[in-house]
Design a binder for this molecule. Structure first.
Ligand SMILES: O=C(O)c1cc(=O)[nH]c(=O)n1[C@@H]1O[C@H](COP(=O)(O)O)[C@@H](O)[C@H]1O
Length: 225
């Protein structure tokens, strides 16, 4: 992993726009996060193109299916050599164990606990009557027991999870600079707060990609870290 913990969420529809955006800010970020929007539009070709920029690639596919299917999907992305891949921790122990076993040696597999766009009400809407904090703690424990490298959680939980999983790898999205627009994110903290609480990777998208001046935005976030 590089020094700068910021992975830019490249959630833009056109490949040319994505390359242009990343080239503008590449000196001020540590990696690229390519998610469902990017992968569904551009597939392996798109990932190869982005890898040419030379930054580590976090392939955020949030896999969640039966163990056999998830393991096969992991094998299909071996060739892309991602530094990090996500699976949903709620997919359960067998799925996570098989995902980790099928991943490449240099790929960290991390379990998404509770999406940062969820609050108590959203969780109870899907039948889970715990707080996001309790549910994230429970799924972090399950991810660890399943042999994953770490988890994805919000900045509200990362400090407590870090205390219980000292050598875990913690990816924190839902980050907003002070006074930044939350949008659909509900459990937000600033990049600095997440880092101080023990985040290994800071995932930041719209505060940079939708800024009037993405380079200035990336620089000012970097300056706070
Ligand atoms: O796995 C993720 O990266 C992820 C998990 C989560 O709980 N919340 C979350 O926002 N993300 C991703 O992090 C990025 C956040 O983007 P912004 O809200 O624009 O900074 C998006 O690409 C999301 O897909």
């Amino acid at each position: 992993m590089t020094h700068n913990p910021v992975f830019l969420a490249v959630d833009v529809p056109r490949l040319e726009t994505a390359i242009d955006l990343v080239q503008k800010v590449s000196g001020h970020i540590g990696g690229l996060k390519l998610g469902l929007e990017f992968f569904c539009a551009h597939g392996h070709h798109g990932v190869h193109e982005m890898a040419k920029i030379g930054l580590p690639i976090f392939l955020d596919l949030k896999l969640h299916d039966i163990p056999n299917t998830v393991a096969a999907a992991m094998q299909s992305i071996h060739v892309l050599e991602p530094a990090i891949v996500t699976v949903h921790a709620s997919g359960g122990r067998a799925m996570m164990e098989d995902a980790k076993a099928a991943a490449g040696e240099n790929t960290k597999v991390v379990g998404v606990t509770v999406l940062t766009s969820f609050d108590d009400k959203d969780l109870s809407g899907v039948g889970i009557d715990h707080s996001p904090y309790e549910q994230a703690m429970r799924l972090a424990e399950l991810s660890k027991a399943s042999g994953l490298d770490g988890i994805v959680c919000s900045g509200h939980e990362v400090g407590a999870i870090h205390k219980q999983w000292k050598d875990g790898f913690f990816v924190v999205p839902g980050l907003r600079p002070a006074k930044g627009k939350a949008g659909d994110q509900k459990r937000t903290v600033t990049p600095r707060e997440a880092r101080d609480a023990g985040a290994s990777v800071l995932v930041i998208g719209r505060p940079i990609s939708r800024a009037e001046n993405p380079l200035a935005a990336a620089r000012s976030i970097e300056a706070t870290l």
